[in-house]
Design a protein around this ligand. Structure first.
Ligand code: ADP
Length: 538
């Protein structure tokens, strides 16, 4: 199929024009060879024409990084293609930035810190509230942008906008509640105080699976308490981040408070880590990269928050309500086609309910419609890229070789691209890759257990510890098991539990720190003890 691209007129200084160019390879980190940079960097696919023109007319289709007040290209002109995973078409080209641009973004953030941290919390709160209002009033465009570059069904994408914007609203309110303490003094002529102050410039590195929400849950609390940020979104999904930054500027958040760089991830990471001006690194992504960042942050002793991989158990006890368990496990497993760090990675089912659950669950999975996230009724979009599909394939192959049975799906979808059939695998054992590692795809492994102790042992037998789910009708068991699970979040009889008002974060190698809730802001604050002495003198 010939790929027709529309050139974003506003950015090349003319009317909307169209040109035909041959398809270009996805995931290339090199500038495209097919047209001059100045044109290609502004491309939108024909498939996305309507969405693009709406985004364009609302000014939300930004294809440059944000360094202080300036929307900027990479200094050497290099770009990266951003593609639609459902079609393979190139949506836009964005700058491939590196350490120079990152250093300039850090300087902008550093310059802006002084005034942003000194205005009142009420003023920062107003800006954040305005940003929230703009995110919500542009919910549809942002949702479409998320589906376009990430692939998730539009309904889920719209849900992400509400959820993501919720962090900005919540922290707009929390901005006004950063209280210090007065400590009863040990000496009569002294008064002891604790001040809470913003840590400084924050480097925020985010993944592709929630192009908006992973940014707002970091930037919301950081800005609320007076920090400024350099955000590095995933190169696979930078457009949502850029649109959100545009709205931040429109909300009156001063230039330099939010900066966006993208491109050469290791180089940007190194620049953020090396700079003594960056006082905090907050990261969501793979455990491997998180460990590198944690080690790198040691050089300048930065504060670090990490939201890393999970290996979520979903335990279904014999006494569970079958419908509730099936519905909950389905939501926990297949949201975003299984591409979240809180997705149920192992469904651990007690032997008395195992067969009934497996049948009912497989039936529900069979009803999940696979397709382009813009089509009505689609519940499962494509996986993010070919590597993601190959990972799922290799995990399933490993399980089959070791004796597991595929009871539904188990292969690429006839739609091609990176679409994969929603899959259920039974008789999975602890030693299989499906059980040991995060599949990050639409495959549900079923494991069998006999006793509560065994379920807890299986669930905790991992280095990860982010989310866990439990289905039971016993209040005593739900408490017992929640307390025994080595996880940061536990859902009882619920498959989707994350909200901006509750703390989100993992234990063990799933990370450090918490996002969301009243605790989330602490990650961006320093405590300062102030002693007022000689209070008895006149
Ligand atoms: P995923 O597999 O989910 O993409 P990654 O950990 O690879 O997880 O990526 C999460 C984020 O970390 C992305 O923005 C990515 O570009 C960034 N990233 C990857 N490698 C590095 C690195 N060496 N230094 C800094 N950031 C990195």
């Amino acid at each position: 199929m010939r790929l027709i691209r529309v050139i974003e007129a506003a950015r090349v200084g003319g009317m909307m024009r169209m040109m035909a160019v041959p398809p270009v390879k996805r995931f290339s980190h090199l500038p495209s060879m097919h047209a001059p940079f100045s044109l290609l960097s502004r491309q939108i696919t024909m498939d996305a024409k309507n969405i693009a023109s709406r985004l364009n007319s609302s000014g939300l289709l930004r294809t440059q990084g944000l360094l202080g007040a300036k929307w900027a290209d990479a200094y050497d002109g290099k770009t990266i293609e951003v593609s639609n995973p459902a079609t393979g078409e190139v949506i836009a080209n964005v700058p491939c930035m590196g350490h120079k641009e990152t250093n300039d973004a850090i300087s902008s953030a550093h310059d802006a810190f002084d005034s942003w941290s000194k205005i009142t919390a009420a003023e920062r709160s107003k800006c954040l509230r305005k940003w929230y209002d703009l995110l919500i009033s542009h919910k549809e465009e942002l949702g479409q942008l998320i589906t376009l570059e990430q692939g998730k069904p539009l309904k889920e994408a719209l849900g992400e906008v509400s959820y993501g914007a919720g962090f900005i609203e919540f922290f707009a309110e929390e901005a006004k509640r950063v209280y210090g303490d007065i400590i009863p003094s040990t000496l009569a002529d002294r008064r002891l105080f604790v001040l809470k102050q913003p840590v400084g410039v924050v480097g925020a590195i985010t993944p592709w699976n929630f192009p908006l929400a992973m940014i707002t849950r970091k930037v919301g609390p950081a800005l609320a308490c007076g920090c400024t940020v350099v955000v590095k979104p995933s190169e696979l999904t930078p457009l949502t981040a850029l649109a959100a930054a545009e709205l931040a500027l429109r909300a009156g958040i001063p230039p330099g408070v939010v900066n966006i760089v993208m491109g050469n991830a290791p180089e940007i990471g190194e620049a953020l880590l090396a700079s003594p001006q960056v006082r905090k690194i907050t990261f969501t992504g793979s455990t491997a990269v998180g460990k590198k960042l944690m080690a790198g942050a040691a050089g300048t002793v930065k504060k670090v928050s990490l939201e890393l991989g999970g290996n979520a158990p979903c335990i279904v006890f014999d006494d569970a309500d079958l419908d509730v368990a099936v519905k909950g496990a389905l939501a926990a497993k297949f949201r975003n086609s299984g591409q979240t760090c809180v997705c149920a990675n192992r469904i651990i089912v007690q032997e008395g309910i195992y067969d009934k659950f497996a049948n009912a669950f497989a039936k529900s999975v069979q009803n999940l419609q696979v397709g382009n996230g813009f089509s009505d009724g689609v519940a499962q979009g494509p996986l993010i890229n070919e590597a993601a599909v190959q990972k799922v394939e290799s995990f399933i192959q490993d399980a089959i070789t070791k004796g597991a049975k595929v009871i539904l799906g188990g292969k690429r979808h006839t739609l091609g691209m990176t679409f994969y059939e929603p899959t259920v695998v039974s008789d999975v054992k602890s030693e299989m890759l499906l059980s040991r590692e995060e599949a990050f795809g639409p495959v549900a492994p079923l494991l069998r257990f006999k006793t509560e102790e065994e379920a807890i042992r299986i669930a905790n037998d991992t280095n990860a510890g982010l989310a866990a789910y439990v289905f039971t009708n016993s209040i005593q068991r739900s408490w017992r098991v929640s307390e025994a699970l080595e996880y940061g979040l536990v859902g009882i009889n619920e498959g989707i539990i994350s909200t901006e008002v509750a703390p989100f974060g993992g234990v063990k190698q799933s990370g450090l720190g918490r996002e969301g809730s009243k605790y989330g802001i602490d990650e961006y604050l320093e405590l300062k003890y102030v002693c007022l002495g000689n209070m008895n003198s006149n």
